[in-house]
Ligand binder design. Sequence first.
Ligand code: G3H
Ligand code: 13P
Ligand code: ZN
Length: 306
Amino acid sequence: MLVNSKDLYLDAINNKYAIGAFNFVNMEVLQGILESAVELNSPVIIQCSTSAIKYMGNDFLKGMVENSVKNLKIPVIWNLDHGKTFEDCVNAINLGFTNVMIDASSLPYDENVELTRKVVEYAHKHNVTVEAELGVLAGVEDDVKSDVHLYTDPKQAVDFIKKTGCDSLAIAIGTSHGIYKFKGEAKLRIDILEELSKMLPNYPFVLHGASSIPKKYVDLANKYGASIQNAKGVPEEMLKIACEKNVCKVNVDSDLRIGFTAGIREYLSNNLSDVDMRNYLNNGKKYVKELVKFKIENVFNSKNKA
Ligand code: G3H
Ligand code: 13P
Ligand code: ZN
């Protein structure tokens, strides 16, 4: 069933787990995510960026999500990932999303407060919960490029949540989007997360840019013709620590992209005369499922929490 984030995040804090938030842009990846969560009896978050919505089209997407989730027993949050404007959020709410992210983190602080507050006011009237963001992730976040991390300031976070009423907050503690997250050693500022949790007890935080870029799938993609060099993700041990603290939602897109692509490459390389799309797409889906299941069981600890 589709739900908003309200009760789920509180349960995640109390029971020291996090919920995986997986991006999808097509049917096979959506199926892979949902089937894995159902098989492990885990709550799950499915999410679409604004460009993913555009790619699938409003009506097609709405039908696909609502019909595939309506008979499931596990709770599913349908989240807008990185909404940039009030209109992005309204469009998502009209489509039936149950949580929206307004990402105004690249705007000056007061404008971030104002836009987030406006989205919260509208969303809450429609029983939709809101994620906002404070701080800037290094690398490319949306169209904003930053070489340095602008870590979330805990004191500012307290003020921001008070002023906006947002239901969860994406924090910058050293993660970044994409497949090249760290040039040298991987580092997360767990001390900032601890400070945030101390100042905002029982408040849910979100980690973006949390793919681990597992070597197995990079190697598989490269074996079958890809050229992905020096990719580096967030070590699973670090994510586990964050999930036991107040991080309730962990965003994963890049890992599924690598797994899906590797599976398609593998199948096509080994079956040169097969042109049935179902066969190669299914092989991509197989690795999406494997990745989602591994994370639910071994990193997020959300198995049997549905
Ligand atoms: O953080 C953004 C997500 O990885 C989605 O990216 O706009 O390419 O769909 P996208
Ligand atoms: P990754 O690029 O690490 O998968 O992060 C995805 C994300 O944060 C989507 O909002
Ligand atoms: Zn993100």
